[in-house]
Design a binder for this molecule. Structure first.
Ligand code: FE2
Length: 412
């Protein structure tokens, strides 16, 4: 397969990419735009880029909004209450069907790598077993990492530690946690020690729901970062949400950032979910309830954006389009400055790949997997400004998705 007239991020000019089997065989400068020959894919001067990534989603809860009732207040707590009722009716087939439908939605928007948290605070581990099957059955669509996520705590939930260990034995890729939700500060700290030990023993990655609250005293991030630093595991560890950082004072943050840089852990922010669920105890002024995305980025730390939910008790919207999250996130995080707009796609591609530890399994380089997208605009800025799309998604050297853009004519 030959793709012609491609623009590549960070490079001037236009290029052609030759794919051979499941690998990128050659990337050559063309000099100028050329007419495409039959059988060639014509990028028409638009960006060709490695696939979009969804680094934080809950595929076990997806597509359940309204079942058994809608979240009328829109709060996290009503969401938890509703999920408690829906969880009682979850079946193996129901979980698989909803996850498959959601993966199709992600694929339709150019996503080929996904990290999904799955609630393991369930003695039957029903959802986890379903999602592990989905991981195998959708390899032609996405690379799926499964996180053992203890929604109701490791230390505060009966047999919480054992359920985490069972999840590892069943074959999860990533160890999760929720220290701010544990009953006491001490339990939150010990849950982090436990999950880091488990990750070290098993070789799994780590991705912790960390300080997902507006409470400025929720300070488990420092514990996670210090554990990662001491064990030399920073690159393999991710702190998701860390929304409390949006409420920390600057004096504490100046100390915290020193540790974060030493630990070199990764960060995931879910801007649409957090702006919706946080700030709920405020009148005015009302906090945004997001972590310090721009400040983390400026400090050289790795941060990326994620959807978190699609149509579930916590968040009623979503269609799989990570570009929608990027646009919202850049607005909410004060990242519409010129330089941020030139490299906005980093937050849903390269930064996310680093979080997922994709290594040389990702990126447009000769010898790497022939997984890539043709976008509808020539650069990051124009993709954002025009609310562009992934027009073609190629996976393992074959076309996986093609989108026909809407055609609009104005008369007069
Ligand atoms: Fe989450």
């Amino acid at each position: 397969m030959l793709i012609v007239n491609a623009r590549l991020r960070g490079k001037n000019g236009v290029f052609s990419l030759r794919l051979h089997g499941e690998r990128i065989a050659a990337i050559d400068a063309q000099g100028a735009l050329l007419p495409a020959e039959p059988g060639q894919l014509n990028a028409e001067g638009n960006l060709v880029i490695a696939p979009f990534i969804e680094p934080h989603i809950h595929l076990d809860a997806t597509l359940t909004a309204g079942e058994p009732g809608w979240n009328m207040s829109g709060t996290l707590f009503e969401g938890i209450e509703l999920w408690g009722k829906r969880k009682a009716t979850v079946t193996h087939e129901d979980t698989k069907r909803r996850a498959r439908t959601t993966i199709d939605m992600l694929v339709a928007h150019g996503i080929q790598h996904v990290r999904s948290h799955v609630d393991v605070t369930d003695p039957s581990l029903l959802a986890l077993k379903a999602l592990l099957e989905v991981r195998d059955e959708t390899r032609h669509l996405v690379d799926l990492q499964i996180v053992a996520f203890p929604q109701e705590g490791i230390e505060s939930f009966e047999n919480g530690r054992s359920l985490m260990e069972q999840a590892v034995e069943l074959g999860v890729d990533v160890i999760g946690g929720i220290p701010h939700f544990e009953n006491t500060r001490e339990q939150g700290v010990s849950s982090i020690h436990f999950l880091m030990d488990l990750a070290e023993r098993s070789g799994c990655l780590v991705d912790v729901h960390c300080d997902e609250t507006d409470d400025p005293h929720s300070r488990f991030l420092e514990v996670l970062a210090e554990q990662a630093r001491q064990r030399g595991m920073g690159a393999r560890v991710t702190a998701s949400h860390t929304t409390a950082m949006g409420s920390y004072d600057n004096a504490y943050c100046s100390k915290l950032f020193r540790l974060l840089k030493q630990s070199a852990i990764n960060f995931v922010s879910c801007p649409t979910e957090s702006i919706h669920l946080q700030g709920r105890f405020d009148t005015y002024p009302k906090r945004r309830g997001l972590t310090r995305v721009a400040e983390l980025d400026r400090a050289g730390l790795n941060v990326c954006f994620a959807q978190d939910s699609i149509v579930d008790p916590w968040y009623p919207l979503g269609n799989g389009n990570i570009l929608r999250i990027l646009e919202a996130g850049l607005h909410i995080c004060h990242m519409l400055g010129y330089e941020d707009l030139q490299r906005g796609l980093d937050l849903i591609t390269d930064n996310s790949a680093r979080t997922l530890n994709l290594g040389d399994g990702y990126g447009l380089e000769v010898g790497r997997p022939a997984n890539l997208l043709i976008l509808s605009a020539p650069n990051d800025y124009e993709m954002l400004r025009t609310q562009g799309h992934a027009l073609v998604s190629i996976r393992h050297g074959k076309v996986l998705m093609e989108r026909t853009p809407a055609r609009v004519e104005v008369f007069g």
